[in-house]
Design a protein around this ligand. Structure first.
Ligand SMILES: Nc1ncnc2c1ncn2[C@@H]1O[C@H](COP(=O)(O)OP(=O)(O)OP(=O)(O)O)[C@@H](O)[C@H]1O
Ligand SMILES: [Mg+2]
Length: 337
């Protein structure tokens, strides 16, 4: 058994700690003493997580509740569950929002562009007038948000000197965060080895940390289902498998054998060194009766890297798109045709 608590890897779960974001968290709570903050950062940089860590009592996703009216209704449903908003105008709804509240406005840039300026201006005025309303708004990019709001006065009361920029996590940070998240959810000894591979795969995907957590959960489930006592690199590759290498049938023989060498090595490890690859490559050439020069071999490996068939990281070379064993079998079939 590998999964200790699967719930802790689910999207809705909010972990207690936020490693690698301690500085940003401190700044956030400092800013919120003045009642407003804007968290800006690319996909999967921990924006929603940090926003939820502020202790806000109201959470609204402005992408799913696009209009000002919808957002106001949602806020009121949460702070005054018995209040009926039916038939009331936005102007009226604003008047009903009072008391001490910290409102999380997630995906704020997803609000309708015809409403966003008015909303931003009004909520920041509300905060200024000491109504007890505080807010933390989340955006993919503060620069883009400023352009959408398109009104210097509204922007300045809403966000000036209140923006916290979350930089994308580095490989090292991703591994540290994965260690924490896996420690909470998986059995000791079942995941340590594959975390760098998961981080490497997540780094080339668009969702970064989000992809990393998804991949950790899926590989743990795959390994569990297979009855493994731990997650193997092949389980991670299977979890990441999306498309099939359609190009194999059209590959040059030299390229195919080079790829076969890397794949064979990766069957039981996360990464292979260049020395090992070259040695394996030579032995595969002998096996298939191919005479090849070292220079050419290096060129072929470079080709595979450029084409994304193999992936290079600080730990060595690896396959990330599908289980290495499957790939090796497929190439062997092609070479033996
Ligand atoms: N520092 C961290 N510690 C622990 N888990 C983290 C950390 N940063 C991100 N995560 C996890 O990574 C995933 C993505 O984070 P989050 O949803 O906060 O990103 P986001 O910036 O809001 O992304 P998006 O732009 O797609 O909304 C979540 O599962 C979150 O719990
Ligand atoms: Mg988010």
């Amino acid at each position: 058994m590998i999964l200790k608590d699967k719930r802790k890897l689910e999207v809705s779960y909010v972990p207690e700690k936020t490693p690698c974001r301690e500085e940003e968290k401190k700044r956030l709570s400092l800013l919120l003493e003045n009642g407003r903050a804007v968290i800006s950062g690319e996909v999967g940089t921990g924006k929603t997580l940090l926003a939820k860590h502020t202790g806000g009592d109201v959470y609204v996703n402005c992408y799913t509740n696009r209009s000002e009216h919808k957002v106001l209704e949602e806020i009121l449903h949460q702070i005054r569950p018995n209040f009926s908003t039916a038939g009331l105008t936005s102007q009226r709804l604003w008047k009903e929002i009072k008391g001490d509240h910290l409102i999380i406005l997630d995906e704020f840039d997803g609000m309708d562009s015809k409403d966003i300026t008015h909303f931003a201006y009004t909520i920041s005025r509300q905060a200024e007038m000491g109504e007890g309303i505080k807010y933390v708004a989340v955006t993919r990019s503060a620069l883009m948000l400023e352009q959408i709001i398109h009104d210097p006065a509204a922007w300045s009361t809403f966000a000036e000197k209140a923006v916290i920029e979350l930089r994308p996590y580095t490989r090292k940070q991703m591994i540290e965060i994965l260690e924490y998240r896996a420690g909470e959810s998986l059995m000791d000894g079942s995941y340590e080895e594959v975390l760098p591979l998961i981080a490497d795969i997540a780094l080339v995907s668009a969702g970064h940390m989000r992809s990393a957590i998804d991949l950790l959960r899926t590989s743990a489930m795959i390994a569990d289902r297979k009855g493994h006592e731990k997650i193997f690199p092949e389980d991670v590759r299977e979890a990441n498998q999306e498309s099939w290498f359609e190009g194999i049938g059209e590959m040059e023989k030299g390229h195919a054998i080079a790829l076969l060498a890397v794949a064979s090595l990766c069957v039981n490890r996360a990464y292979a060194s260049m020395d090992d690859i070259m040695a394996e490559y030579k032995s595969k050439c002998e096996e298939y009766g191919i005479d090849i020069k070292e220079k050419e071999m290096e060129k072929n490996i470079q080709f595979l890297l450029n084409q994304g068939f193999i992936y290079e990281s600080s730990d060595g070379y690896t396959i990330i798109d599908c289980p290495a064993e499957l790939l090796a079998k497929e190439i062997e079939k092609f070479l033996n045709r």
